[in-house]
Design a protein around this ligand. Structure first.
Ligand SMILES: [Zn+2]
Length: 341
């Protein structure tokens, strides 16, 4: 079973909560980046999360179609095939989907899973994110409740967000957000738990000063204690077992101490995009500069097919990205954590 079933996914997250570790959730946009992520998890003998954003889906469908849902389906099918050969579990997830895109992105993806289940096949995706953080909390939760019901019926987990992750990622721009909106309040966390906990398990992206994209160290003022205080309030309201599965967005450039602190407060998934984007491109840039005379036809010469074959430089990018994912696995203390071991 290559892609985690709902029960396996829930078990992965339960063990992470208990063991104070988290799974990296790696954004992928192509078969090349998907393979880099899956191979990294396999090398670390750990299960992991691979995710597709709306922009990633559009890119994967090709520049002519730019079909976010279609590209996400194609990438997910690729991951199903490849993950099956690696002896670990991959949970497949979709990243930020804001309210205006629910109909064009989440609905067709859930429909696709439902169609597969009717044919006796496994789910296409293990979880989806609905990001209603730009809406008033009541509206955010109204949509989330309806989506969660549909997801649970199909053994899919839902991730939601309240509070705003700053910065810009994949066309979602929150750069002008006032600072106080970047921190989820304990009251908001209790309200999210109240709305969703009865229906089934869910993931929650709380914000504690996180910013998408990368900033020089010191520019991002993370307050992990926000998570601790929110969890304390949730447990006070609903009991010791009620603590939430938290997701860390916008963590590029965070210190290892800050990352480790969040693991103690219930972070079980950390999204990684900017850092792996850079790792891939860094190695490609290095390849191009070192092999300038081979990748280009200079002064009437013919270059070197062996060097300008895109596979040659994509391999360099993949290896570098894989190594960055391995680092993330170690940072999040999740080596050797596969349920299949
Ligand atoms: Zn995010």
């Amino acid at each position: 079973m290559p892609i985690a079933t709902k029960d396996q996914y829930v078990e992965m997250l339960k063990r992470a909560t208990k063991g104070n570790y988290a799974f990296p959730a790696i954004n992928v946009t192509s078969s090349s980046t998907a393979n880099a992520a899956i191979e990294a998890f396999a090398e670390c003998k750990t299960d992991g999360i691979v995710q597709v954003s709306t922009g990633g889906g559009a890119f994967a469908s090709g520049q002519k179609l730019k079909d976010e849902a279609l590209g996400a389906i194609a990438l997910a099918e690729h991951c199903h095939q490849i993950a099956a050969k690696h002896g670990i579990l991959i949970a497949l997830h979709t990243d930020h989907c804001q309210a205006p895109k629910v109909e064009s992105f989440l609905t067709p993806l859930i429909d696709e899973t439902q169609r597969r289940r009717e044919k006796g096949l496994s789910n296409l995706f293990s979880s989806h994110m609905f990001d209603g953080s730009e809406l008033p909390l009541k509206e955010n939760m109204d949509i989330a409740i309806a989506l969660q019901k549909r997801c649970i019926k199909n053994d899919i987990l839902l991730e939601v967000e309240a509070g705003v992750v700053g910065g810009e990622e994949d066309g979602v721009n929150n750069e002008g957000t006032p600072a106080e909106k970047l921190y989820t309040t304990p009251e908001d966390m209790v309200e999210v738990a109240r709305c969703l906990r009865e229906t089934g398990p869910f993931l929650f992206a709380a914000t504690f000063g996180n910013v998408h994209g990368v900033y020089k160290p010191g520019n991002v003022k993370l307050k992990p204690s926000i998570l601790r205080d929110g969890q304390t309030a949730v447990k006070k309201a609903f009991g010791e077992d009620a603590s939430l599965w938290l997701v860390f967005h916008g963590g590029s450039g965070s210190s290892i101490e800050e990352i480790h602190e969040t693991l103690n407060y219930g972070v079980v998934k950390m999204n990684i995009d900017t850092d792996t984007q850079y790792a891939y491109t860094r190695a490609v840039a290095d390849y191009m500069l070192k092999n300038y005379d081979q990748v280009l036809k200079i002064d009437g010469e013919v270059g070197s097919k062996k060097h300008y074959d895109p596979r040659a430089w994509m391999k360099a990018g993949e290896t570098s990205m894989k190594n960055r994912v391995i680092q993330a696995v170690r940072d999040l203390k999740c080596e050797n954590r596969s349920l299949l071991n």
